[in-house]
Design a protein around this ligand. Structure first.
Ligand SMILES: C[S@@+](CC[C@H](N)C(=O)[O-])C[C@H]1O[C@@H](n2cnc3c(N)ncnc32)[C@H](O)[C@@H]1O
Length: 259
């Protein structure tokens, strides 16, 4: 396990994603993308997770901040009128796709602990003139949301960045309504990675060092109370030579029992 402490990890994560948000906020159509997001080489690579139909109407400043490893909105079967919460909403890309899916009668709530990201996401929501989407500056482990708020909780390449995953899944469970769905895209390990790599802060901010072993990750979801925990798909990451071959991008679903 890592020798880094929790505050140190959260500090470097905020620094890295604050910097990405500031770069993205200056984006224009031709010069849109930051570099070194998540495990991908650039936000341009993260954007390959989305169809052009999904991204064509989004602001360049939202696309430039994209740092995910999946497209959880596309997998969540969102219905008009539903309430969606996004843990680690970044520049807001998945919230904006969700806002379209749930429509004006629905509600989308993005949660992010990095102030510059929340400011960027709010500016992007204004650009899109969205009235059903809000962003909160908060740790996902302890949000200001009431229990039983969400029909769907999504998260895209974020939970790996949490030093302790248990409180994240407990908070997701608390926020979801009975019968609510969890749809997560995240980096997960299929084998151990070397200790020196796990203790390297640059690997943490790149969504690699904080990845949890698959069985442990799924076990933590079940321990939080989730049923129907299932890996829908797993994909090797780019540049997957050496120790990086132990890491996969996974789409994982679960449900909060109806009673
Ligand atoms: C790799 S980026 C992904 C952003 C977004 N989901 C996307 O797909 O573009 C990770 C984001 O999660 C946020 N984050 C990391 N740990 C967090 C935590 N414990 N609570 C809230 N936000 C967190 C970071 O500030 C950053 O904006």
């Amino acid at each position: 396990m890592t020798q880094l402490d929790s505050d140190q990890i959260k500090g470097v994560v905020k620094e890295r994603y604050g910097s990405l948000a500031r770069t993205a906020s200056e984006a224009s159509g031709d010069d849109c993308c930051g570099t070194d997001c998540c495990s991908t080489a650039s936000s341009e690579e993260a954007l390959t997770l989305y169809s052009s139909a999904e991204t064509q109407d989004l602001p360049a400043e939202a696309l430039a901040a994209s740092a995910g490893c999946g497209n959880p909105t596309a997998l969540a079967s969102m219905q008009p009128g539903e309430t969606v919460v996004d843990f680690g909403s970044g520049g807001g890309i998945d919230c904006f796709l969700s806002a379209k899916a749930v429509g004006p009668s629905g509600r989308v709530i993005g949660i992010d602990m990095t102030e510059d990201m929340v400011n960027l996401a709010r500016a992007n929501a204004r650009r899109l003139k969205l009235s059903n989407t809000e962003f909160h500056l908060s740790d996902m482990e302890d949000t200001p949301l009431d229990e039983n708020t969400a029909d769907i909780l999504i998260s895209n390449c974020v939970i790996n960045l949490a030093p302790d995953k248990d409180p994240v899944f407990r908070e997701a469970f608390r926020i979801l309504k009975p019968g609510g769905r969890l749809m997560v895209s995240d980096m997960v390990l299929v084998d151990d990675i070397p200790e020196d790599q796990a203790a390297d802060t640059s690997n943490w901010v790149a969504c690699l060092a904080g990845a949890e072993k698959r069985e442990v990750y799924l076990g933590k979801m079940r321990d939080a109370g989730f049923d129907g925990v299932e890996v829908l798909s797993e994909t090797p990451i780019s540049g997957d030579e050496g120790w990086r071959s132990s890491i996969r991008s996974m789409n994982i679903k679960a449900v909060k029992p109806a009673s």
